[in-house]
Design a protein. Structure first.
Length: 499
């Protein structure tokens, strides 16, 4: 309880409150603008937070993450153009309700459900943290090595068109993480005689390129696309009676979203889709879904915001990103000198509580901002992309240079953006690459330390029960896509035989 109080006191400082509020405002705006995304905003913010207090900067990004998840529902409802991927499910009924002349009611339902979902996940994590801290005591280099390898095995489950593509992207990320001088041997690797590469490739310019520049290039195809737009003249909050009638859907989605979010590499989009499907399955009037049904709005919104809170659990407790956005928050933690994983909870529990306190504050802040500014945000969507994207390009240039005041980093950002653009065109997601880039160094360092401890005999790693557990989980993770493909093939064969 003492650590909870310390964490809350950290975020109650005026500077931290202002930065968290700024993160919420940026998150709602970024989420509301089609084409922009929370990962892109965080990637652009990373270099500008170097001089900030670590607590303030990470809390600001966590607040942006929460608010961005809700912000996507604004454009999903008003213009049928989800500002963020999780809002795709919200658009199915939200836009139809708006077309019926009730955009304010749709936004009100989305806002309330988002707050309830986010708050539910955060409360669950606050009670689970002491248990995670006890587990942290059993971790050493060998256990960390097993954990990091297991984390890399989760690449197959991340966003993208196929598991193979995700694994390829992750392996390339690990390869890039090895550029530079090996800390144990002093051997220079893959520097090709370029002095700037001896210290390795900095991940901030790479992140900006992969998330911001690649998206900029992708959005050039939609500059002249016309979208039907409507504004929310008034915002109607759901009544207590209406919320009571929806409580089953909201509670179900809260639990589902929290569970999905905690699973490494799943994220809010999967939770939103499942939240919508489950809401329809349990509904007494499933035929109304797709016509402006309230359950079709609160189901995915409660689930995706609960998943946003849940996704921070593996990120902070295990060092395994629960989504693409938390992969960037993980990078920010590393940049500020923290070591995500059990040691973070063990050594600085008050910092972890501060982050979740900021997320709790963000949930209620975006409720106020979202409700009060609904009409304003409906006009924000009219900003022409021909003005919006050049601004993103300028911020990308400034951010990549500001990280270490090196032109070389700008070139790294531009090259990463071009590679990211062609990768996206061919079904490769940037999230697995980022995960490989961040975890690659951890795998190498912990493996080196473990080999030193165990006299260069990797078989001695199996003396650790925790390592054996992660080894088994890694095998399951790697073979699951294989068994799923066999199961699907057998199912198709049975269907053919019946025909």
């Amino acid at each position: 309880m003492e650590d909870v109080v310390k964490g809350l006191l950290l975020i109650l400082e005026l500077e931290n409150i202002l930065l968290i509020f700024a993160g919420v405002l940026i998150g709602v705006i970024v989420g509301a603008l089609p084409g922009l995304s929370s990962p892109m905003a965080i990637a652009l913010l990373l270099p500008f937070t170097i001089s900030l207090d670590p607590v303030a900067s990470i809390c600001m990004m966590a607040a942006l993450y929460c608010a961005g998840t809700f912000g996507g529902s604004i454009t999903a409802i008003l213009i049928n153009a989800p500002g963020a991927p999780p809002a795709v499910a919200t658009a199915l009924d939200g836009y139809q309700m708006a077309k019926k002349g009730e955009p304010g009611r749709a936004l009100g339902l989305a806002a309330i459900a988002s707050v309830l979902g986010g708050t539910f996940a955060i409360v669950i994590f606050l009670f689970a943290t002491p248990l995670l801290a006890e587990v942290a005591l059993k971790f050493g280099p060998v256990e960390y090595f097993g954990l990091s390898v297991f984390a890399l095995s989760m690449l197959a489950a991340m966003s993208g068109k196929s598991s193979i593509r995700n694994l390829i992207a992750g392996v390339l990320g690990v390869l890039v993480s090895t550029v530079g001088v090996h800390l144990a041997t002093g051997v220079e690797r893959f520097d090709f005689g370029i002095a700037e590469l001896t210290e390795g490739i900095k991940f901030v310019p790479v992140l900006i390129g992969l998330f911001a520049m690649s998206e900029l290039l992708t959005q050039t195809k939609t500059l002249n696309v016309a979208i039907e737009r409507m504004s929310a003249k008034t915002l109607k909050l759901p009544t207590i009676a209406e919320l009571k009638s929806l409580k089953g859907t909201i509670l179900r989605s809260c639990g589902l979203g929290t569970f999905i979010g905690i699973l490494p590499a799943e994220g809010s989009t999967v939770a939103a889709i499942m939240g919508y499907n489950e809401a329809k399955r349990w509904s007494k009037t499933p035929e109304k879904f797709g016509t402006g049904c309230a359950e079709g709005i609160v189901g995915p919104e409660a689930a995706n915001n609960a998943a946003a809170g849940g996704a921070m659990v593996p990120t902070l407790a295990l060092g395994i990103p629960g989504s693409g956005t938390t992969a960037l928050i993980l990078a920010a933690l590393v940049m500020h000198g923290f070591r995500p994983g059990p040691y973070l909870i063990l050594e600085t529990p008050h910092f972890v509580y501060a982050i979740f306190g900021a997320m709790l504050f963000a949930n209620f802040a975006f409720l106020g901002i979202g409700l009060a500014g609904a009409k304003l945000f409906s006009y924000v969507t009219f900003i022409p992309k021909k003005f919006l994207w050049p601004s993103v390009f300028v911020f990308a240039l400034i951010g990549s240079y500001a990280y270490s005041s090196a032109i070389f980093d700008v070139w790294v950002m531009l090259v990463s953006g071009i590679i990211g653009y062609f990768a996206l065109k061919n079904g490769f997601s940037p999230a697995p690459f980022v995960m490989g880039l961040i975890l690659g160094k951890m795998v190498e360092e912990t493996f080196t330390q473990s080999m030193v401890i165990h006299d260069s005999n990797p078989m001695n790693f199996f003396d650790s029960g925790v390592f054996i557990l992660f080894f088994i989980l890694t095998l399951i993770s790697l073979t699951t896509p294989f068994w799923q493909s066999i199961r699907a093939a057998l199912s198709r064969k049975k269907d053919e035989q019946r025909i």
